[in-house]
Design a protein around this ligand. Structure first.
Ligand SMILES: NC(=O)c1ccc[n+]([C@@H]2O[C@H](COP(=O)([O-])OP(=O)(O)OC[C@H]3O[C@@H](n4cnc5c(N)ncnc54)[C@H](O)[C@@H]3O)[C@@H](O)[C@H]2O)c1
Length: 333
């Protein structure tokens, strides 16, 4: 079967990474074109020589006869629009998380995807990380008994304020990874949340009703509980962790050390931690795209799919409302 020609929409941090992977590290898929915000086009071309056409319009990208599928890595606020355009052209879609910056917009985009039946995968790369995948296997095999409590932590360096403006907010941009990991590991849906937020890092977040610290309590359908901690503060390096406590044991996944070497001296213990999530999950990002390409070639529905994308941001939205109104918020099934 011939390689699928990919157009990458958005060539910032994530789009560049996916483009690199499609430039020879993915079997069955290859990069044929890119699209960026027209305001970025000139500057980008001046900084970099591209071996493929890069245009300033998604419509133009989709009209390229070599483009057969898309990776959407544009800002969250335009994901729904780009999903609609690609679905209208019957193109398989790999879309970065979160699905959109509102549940209503995401639901409309999902409806379009499901009506056209195009293959769709949402970019929850942690499901493809060896540690998260192994933790789920242990739980599924019954090694920890009945899962009773989920604990998730993501602390990272704060992105530029301009990025945060279109990100949806802390519970959408960062929390969504933990909310999906909670669903993935607990094999259950979140039905209610209570959340609190604070601003400690970037005072301007108040202008856009965002926060940089958030703690969310989760209640799952089967009665189990969860706690998720998120923050845009991590001078000690990325802190990314998940744990499930069960009736017979518990399973933890974390991999903070970049190099598995510790230097022990009189001053203490020195090690090298991951400072960048792109580095921490490099292989998971490649694997998620490979899984998408394999699914499209074999005709099976890619996973995690549109409903996973939607369910995770229902938790994000509920957490946002809860933190603003200081009350439990139920999630509409
Ligand atoms: N999976 C992860 O771990 C992860 C990590 C970071 C970001 N993300 C997600 O990836 C997406 C992109 O984030 P980023 O950090 O790469 O952003 P970025 O700001 O670095 O890059 C955004 C890119 O989108 C382009 N763009 C903007 N508007 C556009 C439009 N209308 N049409 C076409 N292109 C447009 C810009 O020119 C730029 O190339 C976001 O949804 C974000 O939530 C995911």
């Amino acid at each position: 079967m011939s390689d699928i020609g990919f157009g990458v929409i958005g060539l910032g941090r994530m789009g560049t990474l996916h483009a690199q992977h499609l430039g020879g590290m993915i079997t069955g898929g290859r990069l044929v074109a890119g699209a960026v915000d027209p305001r970025d086009l000139e500057g980008l071309r001046a900084r970099q020589d591209f071996a493929y056409p890069v245009v300033g319009s998604v419509e133009e990208l989709l009209a390229n006869p070599e483009v057969e599928a898309v990776v959407i890595a544009s800002p969250t606020s335009v994901h729904d629009e780009h999903i609609r355009l690609a679905a209208a052209q019957r193109m398989p879609i790999f879309c970065e998380k979160p699905l959109a910056d509102s549940v209503a917009r995401a639901a409309a985009a999902v409806q379009g995807v499901e009506q056209t039946g195009v293959p769709f995968q949402i970019g929850f790369h942690r499901r493809f990380d060896e540690g998260y995948a192994r933790a789920r296997d242990h739980i599924q095999e019954g090694q920890i008994g009945e899962p009773e409590l989920f604990r998730g932590i993501t602390a990272d360096h704060i992105p530029p304020f301009e990025y945060l403006r279109t990100s949806g907010g802390l519970f959408w941009d960062l929390g969504v990874h933990d909310f999906d990991a909670a669903r993935f590991l607990m094999d259950d849906d979140v039905v209610a949340v209570h959340a609190a937020g604070a601003i400690k890092v970037e005072p301007r977040l108040a202008e856009i009703r965002d926060i940089d610290y958030g703690v969310t309590t989760l209640r799952f359908r089967k009665g189990s509980l969860g706690v998720v901690q998120n923050s845009w503060r991590a001078p000690w390096g990325c802190e990314i962790r998940a744990e499930v406590c069960g009736s017979k044991g518990r399973v933890v996944t974390e991999q903070d050390e970049r190099v598995f070497t510790r230097l022990y001296t009189e001053e203490g213990i020195i090690g090298e931690r991951h400072q960048r999530f792109l580095e921490r999950f490099r292989e998971a990002y490649r694997r998620e795209l490979q899984a998408f390409v394999d699914a499209v070639h074999s005709g099976v529905a890619p996973s995690p799919g549109p409903q996973d994308g939607l369910k995770a941001i229902q938790v994000s939205e509920a957490a946002t409302v809860s933190s603003r109104e200081n009350r439990w918020v139920d999630i509409d099934p």
